[in-house]
Design a protein around this ligand. Structure first.
Ligand code: P53
Length: 476
């Protein structure tokens, strides 16, 4: 008998900006994703000052889900999905972010989409902010460095909770809110928080300030959602890459612990409604004076999440070095390669056991239900002349991860709600903006340059995942 609970949420995950396209349709405004060009492995995406002529912005058209969602949901239904995780593009509802009234055409689009899901018995699982905040909030307000964004976000959240409360039960506030722990690079601060740093600016306190405002906004949204409808389940969303010590040298162990503190304190605030003492001590040591009011602290306490959603793709490793006596973690410098695991073509370390470890880590720390809302293998797929794609490597990756997830549930007793592999249909990569970094069970005919018919077809992994769901995870 399978240990997965009754009603286990098997499905797939995407984000609005990575598949919808239709970037100006139905009154939609420009989001941060709309000003990011295509990059590649080792070539960062360029963040432009608004939309400039002659640049390639892959999210503008993406895979045209905006017009093709009925066909795509038909395929998800054929896969046997119990749920479908996507996001509501904030810019369809509030094109600039600071309006008083929502845009009805945008609201109608998601009504239609959720109705279509329900028609197939598929439960929508919705992220409120998935790397697609209104660009206007960046250019006019400086992104989340500005406290005013709390009100804008809570207004957006309240409008969609009110509107969709009878169609959507499962929600998450900020996607991978902790990516910005990597504040030395430009990508995460911009996609998480709409932050553009000035040359020479001390980035770290700005990141902590933005994250604080987001955590307050998240808590106020949770509170508002509960007031609108107490049956809503509202979670957080954390990017989990567990950080191992490279060796058992005591200082390597401490370095890994500090690194985990610096990357995962966000979860403490979401779950417990308060900052961990180690972080307050770190702020004091570094002399960071953040705008954290008594009112904020009260809000955090009143908006603790119902569950923890997280992504898992890879694990990291770190070690202590002599030039770092306080064992501070700097994600752009502190990571080392793990000699015991393989890497994907994009350098992501493949570590199925790390998923079991992560499930146990979250469960031991927080004792809240867990939801794996992203996991998957970005790879270059080759379409044969007959249209088929033999993606055995993807099947191998997912089967190995599901098998470890089963052990976490059956042997370790972790409370797991569901599993939604990332990019169930090929879409635009967030990190590189490429189409050729594919995750799907469904192949989409489109290349990095934007050419292709956009036709959908089933890969080998499609029939495999169909069996996994039908057998509730027994048939891997
Ligand atoms: P792509 C970094 C590390 C882990 C997850 O990523 C990440 C990132 C950001 O690139 O993002 C999540 O497309 C994110 C999705 C994203 C997916 O992982 O870079 O929530 O939007 O597409 C995979 O291969």
């Amino acid at each position: 008998m399978s240990g997965f609970k009754e009603g286990f949420l098997w499905g797939g995950a995407v984000a609005a900006h990575q598949l919808e396209g239709g970037w100006q349709e139905g009154g939609k405004g420009a989001s941060v994703a709309d000003v990011m060009t295509a990059g590649a492995h080792g070539v960062p995406r360029e963040i432009t000052d608004g939309v400039l002529p002659g640049k390639n912005y892959p999210n503008h058209d993406a895979i045209d889900f905006y017009h093709r969602y009925k066909e795509d949901l038909q395929l998800f239904a054929e896969l046997g999905f119990k749920c479908f995780r996507t996001s509501i593009a904030w810019t369809r509802i509030f094109p600039n972010g600071d309006e008083q009234q929502p845009n009805e055409a945008g609201l109608q689009f998601y009504d239609d989409l959720f109705d279509e899901c329900r028609k197939h018995g598929i439960e929508p699982v919705i992220t409120l902010s998935h790397f697609e905040m209104p660009y206007h909030l960046v250019s006019e307000y400086g992104g989340w460095r500005n406290r005013k964004l709390i009100d804008f976000f809570v207004r957006f959240a309240s409008v969609v909770f009110e509107r969709y409360q009878h169609k959507v039960k499962y929600w998450m506030t900020f996607n991978e809110i902790n990516n910005q722990a990597n504040f030395h690079e430009d990508f995460a601060p911009f996609t998480n928080s709409g932050l553009k740093y000035q040359p020479g600016e001390d980035r770290e306190p700005v990141m902590f300030q933005a994250a604080h405002y987001e955590l307050v906004a998240s808590a106020l949204a949770v509170k508002a959602g509960r007031e609108i409808n107490p049956s809503l389940q509202i979670g957080c969303m954390i990017a989990m890459c567990p950080i191992y010590p490279l060796s058992c040298a005591p200082n390597d162990i401490m370095m890994a612990m500090n690194a985990m503190h610096r990357r995962y304190w966000f979860t403490d605030v979401h779950v417990r409604g308060a900052y961990p003492q180690h972080l307050l001590n770190y702020f004091a040591r570094r002399g960071f004076e953040l705008d954290i009011t008594e009112e904020d602290r009260a809000a955090l306490k009143q908006g603790c999440v119902d569950y923890i959603g997280f992504s898992y793709y890879m694990s990291f490793a770190t070690k202590a070095t002599e030039d770092n006596p306080q064992l501070d973690y700097d994600e752009s410098k502190s990571l080392v390669s793990n000699p015991y695991v393989q890497k994907s073509d994009w350098g992501w370390q493949i570590d199925p056991v790390g998923l079991r470890y992560s499930l146990n880590w979250f469960w031991d720390h927080y004792q809240l239900p867990l939801f794996i809302v992203e996991n998957g293998f970005g790879a270059i797929d080759v379409q044969e002349s007959d249209g088929t794609v033999d993606d055995q490597y993807r099947i191998d990756y997912l089967a190995a991860h599901i098998s470890e997830m089963k052990k976490a549930v059956e042997e370790d007793g972790v409370d797991l709600m569901g599993y939604t592999p990332w990019g169930c249909i090929d879409l635009v990569s967030a990190g590189t903006g490429e189409m050729k970094k594919r995750y799907g069970f469904i192949y989409v005919d489109k290349d990095n340059e934007g050419n292709g018919t956009l036709n959908r077809s089933r890969k080998k992994s499609f029939a495999w995942y169909q069996k996994v769901i039908a057998s509730n995870g027994e048939n891997l």
